[in-house]
Design a protein around this ligand. Structure first.
Ligand code: NAD
Length: 327
């Protein structure tokens, strides 16, 4: 039995689909959200609505499990994590109770989704960043709230391995994007938010866009299919330490807007909101370790992945006229 926690979310939903497509017959999908709010629901999976902050629910979720993927977390883009630090840190209950349940049920393998937000702010002060290596996480000064929870939970995984022999695998995801994820409501991340804003401008005829920060901050973005392949391969591997899983194609937020404008065939007047949450000035993934140990590298160009993401968000926003009317 493979259990995907956070299966109603963006990455978890894609992971369930991929596992079923690979021929796994016994997949359990778990999320706290009501089933009709999951981005993807697979009829071939056993779908459970459980609150994984609760220890007993974790025990129920992992009963009979051999492999566990923990993608459940209370999270969002910078707008959410900068303003909801306590909520982000409460996700510590999810991973801790899942580890306890995994140990109790003698699970074979446990995957934890960590984040590039574990890396210290002092290494990310300029847009011309040196890509972050795994060792750079220490001395620790992660993103306040969300990043501290991820770093603590990484170490819980490590100590469950050292003290109890539970096999754990940890990926530090760098910005994942793609269809079937959050694009509005306050938890969306930059790629989806920019697609939504460009679509709104196109549909309304008001050809303007507000960008958070000065637009010169740099990031790398990994398409969901690359993320899912890396996650499955890493979990099956013998890599014991946390490892970067991300793209190393660095772009500015302005360049990301250029890409979406090209897809949408519009040119927008840009305004910059310098007081909006914008995160660190620059961040990129050093992929030397994952290439050497796993042979993994991103395969989907940002332009192609953004095209697929844009199309999906466009369909969501236009399939329901009430939604369009309220833009
Ligand atoms: P998401 O918000 O789409 O999915 C997370 C899911 O967890 C949601 O469906 C949510 O309902 C569920 N959840 C929250 N609290 C829960 C609880 N108490 N019990 C059960 N389920 C609960 O996020 P995502 O983008 O799919 O991210 C998945 C994981 O990857 C998270 O741990 C996230 O921190 C990590 N991550 C994501 C990115 C990214 O760019 N998307 C980057 C770095 C790390």
């Amino acid at each position: 039995m493979i259990v995907v926690c956070g299966a109603g979310g963006f990455i978890g939903g894609h992971l369930v689909q991929a596992l079923i497509q690979q021929g796994h017959e016994s997949v359990r999908a778990v999320d706290v959200k009501p089933l009709d709010e999951w981005y993807q629901v697979s009829q071939q999976a056993e779908n459970l609505v459980l609150d994984l902050q609760v220890k007993e629910h974790c025990e129920r979720a992992l009963y009979g499990a051999s492999t566990v993927y923990n993608l459940a977390a209370d999270m969002g883009g910078m707008g959410f994590i900068e303003n909801n630090k306590a909520l982000c840190m409460l996700s510590v209950l999810i991973n801790t109770h899942l580890l306890m349940a995994a140990h109790k049920h003698q699970v074979d393998r446990f995957f934890f989704a960590s984040s590039a937000c574990v890396y210290p702010a002092y290494r990310q002060t300029t847009p011309e960043v040196v890509p972050l290596k795994e060792v750079d996480a220490y001395p620790a000064m992660p993103e306040d709230g969300y990043g501290w929870e991820k770093l603590f939970s990484e170490r819980m995984c490590r100590h469950y391995t050292e003290d109890f022999g539970l096999i754990t695998r940890v990926a530090r995801y760098h910005n994942v994007y793609g269809p079937s994820g959050t694009y509005d409501g306050g938890r969306e991340k930059a790629p989806a938010a920019i697609c939504r804003k460009v679509i709104q401008a196109k549909l309304s005829g008001v050809h303007e866009i507000e960008i958070w920060g000065d637009g010169n901050q740099t990031r790398s973005f990994m398409y969901i299919d690359d993320c899912i392949k890396g996650t499955i391969d890493l979990t099956a591997s013998d890599i014991t330490d946390p490892i970067n899983l991300g793209s190393n194609q660095l772009v500015t937020i302005n360049q990301l807007v250029d890409i979406v404008e090209n897809i949408a065939q519009v040119k927008l007047k840009r305004t910059y909101n310098l007081s909006a949450p914008k995160g660190v000035n620059g961040r990129n993934s050093d992929n030397a370790m994952i290439q050497a140990l796993l042979g993994w590298q991103p395969s989907i160009r940002l332009e192609d992945g953004m095209e697929r993401t844009y199309r999906w968000i466009y369909d969501q926003m236009t399939k329901n006229r009430v939604l369009v009317g309220s833009l």
